[in-house]
Ligand binder design. Structure first.
Ligand SMILES: Cc1ncc(COP(=O)(O)O)c(C=O)c1O
Length: 406
């Protein structure tokens, strides 16, 4: 391990506890460039830990399962993003934030921010309501608005709402990218202890995760902290029902296709992977992936159902535990499993060759509070009014009340 990097690791904080606290010295550097003070990071941090398991032999491939779920507060790697978002807001003296999210980032931000005494307005697509639970959304500190409209309208509404009432809209892209620098440094630690990795695999929505990981690899390469051949290529996995990055990448273009390619939300394997047109992140994703190598794989519903049982068994044999809906038995968060199914298909198709090692980023799937699924949103937005009318309705319902209550 390079000396500059080694200095940034606080080995007194176990990997399984918090990557943010373990790498806090990294977050103070100009390289990350957030200007975040450690005291705010430490105060915001809860559990942002990971664990590595080895699946010895999947058709001749070594699979390192990087569990970014079990030891993450609220069960997904979005705990890293949420911790930085919360610390940054606290440092800037902000006490109310607005965000739109497919659900997981919203759960994490609500958890971290309400712990810090802040108020969160969360706009999420109604299709992910089954994934939200009251534990992460304390009534007094969060306002949950389910939007029964196209994904782009969810985003438009939350932005317009924040702008109209002068509230901070989070997260900024720089925070998302910085959050995954911790995952990149953890991958470097994993390579040091487990040997070379050929491929890093992750389920992709807007690709902030891979952009953050490879942006940091790129910086380390420039600094001379790592060498090119240490950097694995990327395998991104999307559900074919909503695979804008997959389609653009496979067409070889640096731009997303103009036509919307998403099917009806009911056809999604994982409704949380909801971004239909990730314009903010795609150009950087494209540039980094051209540099470091990438395969994008679309998974059909039939492929997912054929293989998921076997992959669940393989992952659960490592001690990982998927959270299931207590009534239906369905796995609540499927992004991690989608990536695992993608890896098994990539092995079968020879995209990952025998003798190689793949790091499978299990970004979600487990949650300690899985039995408490289900909340009533504070409001459901539908197409009965135009967006600007909804903005004033929400303002009247919550902002003014909220101001009055202070
Ligand atoms: C559990 C989980 N995994 C993976 C992703 C993919 O995120 P991204 O493509 O931005 O890295 C998301 C995003 O919503 C997620 O919630």
């Amino acid at each position: 391990m390079n000396a500059w990097l080694a200095e940034k690791i606080d080995t007194d904080v176990p990997v399984g506890e918090s990557l943010i606290r373990r790498y806090k010295a990294l977050y103070e550097t100009e390289v990350i460039g957030l200007g975040l003070k450690t005291e705010f990071l430490e105060k915001a941090s809860d559990y942002e830990g990971v664990q590595v398991h080895l699946l010895e032999n999947m058709a001749g491939v070594r699979v390192l399962v990087i569990d970014e779920s079990t030891h993450m507060t609220t069960g997904t790697y979005k705990a890293l993003d949420a911790c930085l978002i919360c610390a940054d807001a606290q440092q800037r003296g902000i006490n109310r934030v607005v965000l739109s999210s497919g659900g997981n980032l919203g759960r994490a931000v609500s958890h971290y921010c309400s712990r810090a005494g802040m108020h969160v307005f969360l706009f999420h697509p109604k299709s992910t309501l089954h994934k939200l639970e009251r534990d992460s959304f304390p009534t007094e500190s969060t306002t949950v608005i389910s939007v029964d409209l196209h994904e782009r309208k969810v985003k438009e509404l939350s932005r317009q709402f924040a702008e109209t009432f002068g509230l901070a809209h989070v997260p900024e892209m720089r925070l998302r990218i910085a959050a995954s620098a911790a995952r990149a440094l953890h991958l470097i630690e994993t390579i040091s202890s487990h040997g070379p990795v050929d491929t890093v695999a992750q389920a992709v929505c807007a690709a902030y995760g891979p952009v953050g990981i490879y942006d940091f690899f790129d910086k380390l390469l420039e600094l001379g902290c790592i060498v090119r051949h240490q950097i694995p290529r990327f395998l991104g996995i999307q559900q074919t029902a909503n695979a804008p990055i997959c389609l653009a990448w496979q067409q070889g273009g640096s731009e997303l296709l103009k036509l919307e390619s998403a099917s009806a939300v009911e056809k999604y394997i994982e409704p949380g992977l909801y971004n239909t047109h990730p314009v903010d992140s795609y150009p950087q994703f494209y540039a980094l992936m051209r540099r470091f190598g990438c395969e994008m794989l679309g998974i059909r519903e039939s492929e997912f159902s054929e293989r998921s049982k076997q992959m669940v068994e393989a992952l659960e044999s490592t001690g990982f535990c998927f959270a299931r809906n207590p009534v239906t038995g369905e796995i609540i968060e499927k992004a991690g499993l989608l990536a695992a199914v993608g890896v098994s298909i990539a092995i079968e198709r020879g995209i990952i060759a025998q003798g190689e090692t793949v790091a499978l980023l299990l970004t979600g799937g487990s949650r300690s509070d899985g039995s408490h699924v289900g909340i009533d949103p504070d409001l459901v937005v539908d197409d009965s009014k135009p967006i600007d009318q909804w903005v004033s309705v929400i303002g009247k319902l919550f902002v003014l009340d909220f101001e009055g209550a202070r």
